[in-house]
Design a protein. Sequence first.
Length: 107
Amino acid sequence: MYLKIDNQLFNSENFQYFEYENKILNLVFNGNVSSKIEQEIEDFQSLVNLLKENKNNIFIENIGINLKNVSGISKEDESTLLFFVDGTFKKFNNILFSNIENQIIGE
């Protein structure tokens, strides 16, 4: 499914994760492609509601993760590392490993 945000089209199946902070939506896709878009909170919530239709997507606070593009997840001290199918990774200092684990396996 393609999403239209402003004057851009994005393939939602290829997004790895997004972060929303201070009215800036940072979308990161496979292949180390990213886009930063200024968005009001209402528009961001509409995006989250649309992406929630796909069960591969999980949401923790203002971060969304597409599990289809995650190869592995590991805990590192107080941080969580996500390894993606394209060989890239992202270290999240603001997401607990247990929060992701709970959403994935329901513990």
